[in-house]
Write a new protein. Structure first.
Length: 278
């Protein structure tokens, strides 16, 4: 939900749409500027959240951050920015920070994965008492982005010094675009088993529910409304009813706006998901 007009406004928007949990950006996601959370802003957000009944509030990191960057200045700036994001999330009482692992740009996947692990170790050592957990998001794999293969996530978790401080955010659009056939019910269970073997289902702390405008295996990240993309509805039924996933907080990142019939798209997508969940 947008924080336009104040962080507390995101809570109000979530309540109006009928949400049960909430994900926000704590700042402009396309700027490096790192604003502090004032006592007044924090209090307004906490009060709104307490009165709302919403649970599992989380944030998403800036799109500018690249923990895999081979360029030292960008890598350091990314580490600083994610450190600041964790501090803001702590001030707001958010449980997790969803992070795109990064793009290696040049060189090799292995080098990029090493850079990511070093960045995460640096951040955790700067903030040894931080309660908010970083969640590595499964990605679509555009360009040299890492995290689109389950093996990438496993390698990062094996390389870091503090794996217990990390989790995973499972994004349906990204997993589908990366080439995992979650859209085929007969293969869905095999994908989940593969993830469990390589990474562990216990690592999943959040799920992004998004359909895909891009084709299966295209490695293109284009979100669509639930049931109106290339994934279809059966994959969402499987996710929502899976015994190990159904109790995990799930967040919409579907396109915003108003449908032709005048209804809010978030409301429509939530209704579709609740019907599939039974």
């Amino acid at each position: 939900m947008s924080i336009a007009g104040g962080l507390h406004r995101a809570v109000e928007r979530a309540m109006a749409a009928g949400c049960q949990c909430l994900q926000i950006f704590t700042k402009n996601s396309n700027q490096w500027r790192e604003p502090d959370i004032s006592a007044e802003q924090g209090l307004a957000f906490h009060q709104a959240l307490r009165n709302s009944g919403l649970t599992a509030p989380i944030s998403h990191d800036s799109y500018l951050i690249n923990l895999a960057s081979p360029e030292e200045s960008l890598w350091k700036r990314s580490v600083d920015s994610l450190t600041a994001e964790l501090k803001r999330s702590e001030a707001l009482g958010l449980q997790h920070v969803v992070v795109h692992p990064g793009a290696y740009i040049e060189g090799s996947e292995e080098a990029g994965l090493t850079r990511i692990a070093l960045a995460l170790d640096s951040i955790h050592e700067r903030l040894p008492k931080a309660q908010a957990r970083i969640l590595l998001e499964t990605t679509a794999g555009q360009g040299t982005n890492l995290g689109w293969r389950f093996e990438h996530l496993a390698a990062i978790l094996q390389a870091v010094r503090y794996p217990e401080r990390l989790g995973v955010c499972f994004d349906t659009c990204h997993v589908f675009a990366a080439g995992y056939p979650i859209h085929l019910p007969r293969k869905f269970a095999a994908v989940i088993k593969q993830f469990d073997t390589l990474v562990g289902l216990s690592r999943i702390c959040a799920v992004h529910l998004n359909d895909s405008r891009a084709d299966f295996g295209s490695r293109v990240d284009r979100h669509a409304h639930i049931g109106q993309g290339k994934i279809g509805t059966e994959a969402f039924r499987c996710v929502l009813r899976h015994e190990c996933l159904r109790h995990i907080p799930m967040y919409l990142e579907t396109p915003k706006g108003t449908a032709p019939d005048g209804r809010d798209w978030d409301t429509i997508n939530l209704a579709a998901l609740r019907k599939l969940a039974g």
